[in-house]
Design a protein around this ligand. Structure first.
Ligand SMILES: *Cc1c(COP(=O)(O)O)cnc(C)c1O
Length: 519
């Protein structure tokens, strides 16, 4: 309503709307007292039920089967979106008694299945700040200081991994996205250089069916996934045999490159893995870099798992040669102990990002480039993006490099001790001397009937793993090497001790004995 004396608009709100607005006020975090009260109340309940989950539980999993959990859930929550409000107390208590109670406790020392780390407490506190401020990393005007911090961390990572001053990078949701970005840039740079072709504008040229990506047969499946997402098909990926240490075999690679050039095929990317998912093996980076350079292939290093070794004085030399990479994948939600999700993609030459640069008028218009305020969306395939850099920064400061290095060294040492225990035990067969902190082995009772029957051993090992999961004491991984089923201990947790390992091995034996007695 306009006040005709002053000419100023004076807002008048109907009473009904006023009531509604006051009701909304409570739901968001701002300066009013009822807002902070509500927020604190909700946070306290979240903390309480979370704390309870960790204090009342000494098993990684309750063991409740899928169908029973489904029923429990339906009994507790009749609806997904109820018509009316539920009180915070009731809601969080119910969540605690169902969802939290039957989730996997990844911080348990006997939860050793995957490359899935216990998150640092201080990073959990940082998550509160990340979600509380809800910055979005796509544009400067949605993040400001957050853009600066992410850029500074990327710069620091570049110094850690590369010697190039031209390097750049961006935070990602993890290894999948980073590997995809590496191969995307690889494809587009190759097409530009070889055929003066702009894939961004024109899609794929007819030669695309000849493009090939080389990686070891132990490389992560997202290399194949990226190939088909990039329109090249899985056929574009050529898996190279590995040596006895599960590293890419350089002789095989040479032979393959020779054959490809005879056939007129176009290898454009070589993917090395620094820390394979199963064995933690590290491909010979220097040798592979030489080949990549000679054949003008993009050299991508998937260091999702192994990248953290760079923090350890003792083990960083395992990554010698990583600085030859054109691009690097790092996951912080593995050996950097960050809550999911948190990763980075680094590229040696920042101008390669131009290959995927798009300008959206509403987000990062070209005229913004003149102001110098960076809009990070230009470097990312993700638009709205979390300020995950903050939790890594908080963790770096709260722990310091030395504690990080100690944790990495401890877990590698534990893996070596574990391997020795397994090797010495006649009922087990060790597959690898751990390069990092993963140990692969199987139960194979010495001198017993069937111990050479691989079908029987496969079934037995599978069953052992399932029984242990059902009991909930131990969560192990399983993998296949050639045709054999193996068990895997992924020793990321620096709170796991050799005593825990001993009792897991005993439990495996007990379970195996029971299975064999039951026929
Ligand atoms: C975990 C992992 C990936 C996939 O990363 P996400 O973070 O799960 O997307 C890729 N490569 C390697 C070697 C990995 O260990």
């Amino acid at each position: 309503m306009v006040n005709y004396q002053t000419g100023i608009l004076e807002p008048v709100m109907p009473q009904q709307e006023e009531i509604m607005k006051n009701h909304f006020d409570r739901l968001f975090l701002h300066s009013k007292e009822e807002s902070t009260e509500y927020y604190t109340h909700a946070m306290r309940w979240a903390q309480d039920v979370l704390g309870q989950q960790f204090s009342s539980n000494n098993k990684p999993y309750s063991g409740l089967p899928y169908e029973e959990f489904t029923k429990l859930f339906d009994r507790t929550f009749q609806e997904i979106l109820p018509e009316d409000e539920t009180s915070i107390e009731t809601l969080f208590k119910n969540i605690g008694n169902t969802i939290l109670k039957h989730s996997i406790i990844v911080s348990n020392p006997t939860c050793l299945a995957h490359l899935h780390c216990p998150p640092l407490s201080v990073a959990l506190a940082a998550e509160v700040l990340i979600s509380g401020t809800n910055q979005s990393m796509d544009s400067w005007d949605q993040s400001a200081s957050a853009t600066v911090l992410e850029s500074k961390i990327v710069h620091w990572l570049n110094n850690l991994f590369f010697s190039s001053k031209q390097a750049d990078g961006v935070f990602t949701s993890g290894g999948t996205q980073s590997n995809f970005m590496g191969l995307l840039l690889a494809r587009d740079r190759y097409l530009k250089k070889q055929f003066n072709w702009e894939a961004k504008k024109d899609g794929l040229p007819s030669e695309a069916s000849k493009l090939r990506i080389l990686c070891s047969k132990e490389a992560h499946f997202t290399v194949r996934q990226s190939a088909f997402l990039l329109g090249l098909g899985e056929q574009a990926v050529i898996p190279i045999e590995t040596d006895s240490e599960h590293r890419m075999c350089v002789n095989r690679l040479d032979r393959c490159l020779n054959e490809l050039s005879k056939e007129g095929l176009l290898p454009f990317a070589l993917v090395a893995t620094a820390g394979t998912t199963d064995f933690g093996s590290i491909d010979p980076l220097v040798e592979l870099a030489t080949r990549a350079n000679h054949y003008q292939m993009w050299f991508h290093v998937d260091a999702a798992y192994g990248g953290a070794l760079m923090l350890s004085e003792r083990y960083k030399n395992k990554l010698t040669g990583i600085d030859f990479a054109d691009s690097i994948t790092i996951d912080f939600h593995k050996l950097f102990y960050q809550p999911i999700s948190c990763g980075a993609f680094l590229v040696k030459d920042r101008t390669d990002f131009d290959l995927i640069k798009l300008n959206a008028d509403y987000l990062n218009p070209e005229e913004d480039e003149e102001t110098g305020n960076p809009n990070l969306v230009t470097k990312s395939i993700q638009t709205t993006r979390r300020f995950d850099a903050l939790k890594l920064f908080v963790s770096f400061h709260a722990l310091g490099r030395k504690t990080y290095a100690d944790m990495i060294d401890y877990t590698i040492n534990l893996a070596q001790k574990t391997a020795t225990l397994i090797e010495k035990d006649p009922d087990f067969e060790l597959v690898n001397q751990p390069e990092m902190n993963a140990v692969v082995f199987r139960y194979r009772p010495d001198g017993k009937a069937h111990s050479n029957d691989s079908e029987w051993l496969n079934k037995l090992n599978q069953l052992i793993r399932r029984k242990l999961l059902e009991k909930g004491h131990t969560v192990l991984a399983r993998t296949r090497v050639n045709k054999f089923v193996y068990l895997k201990l992924t020793l990321l947790n620096p709170r796991t001790s050799i005593k825990d390992i001993q009792s897991i091995l005993n439990e495996i034996k007990q379970e195996a004995r029971k299975i064999r007695e039951d026929g």
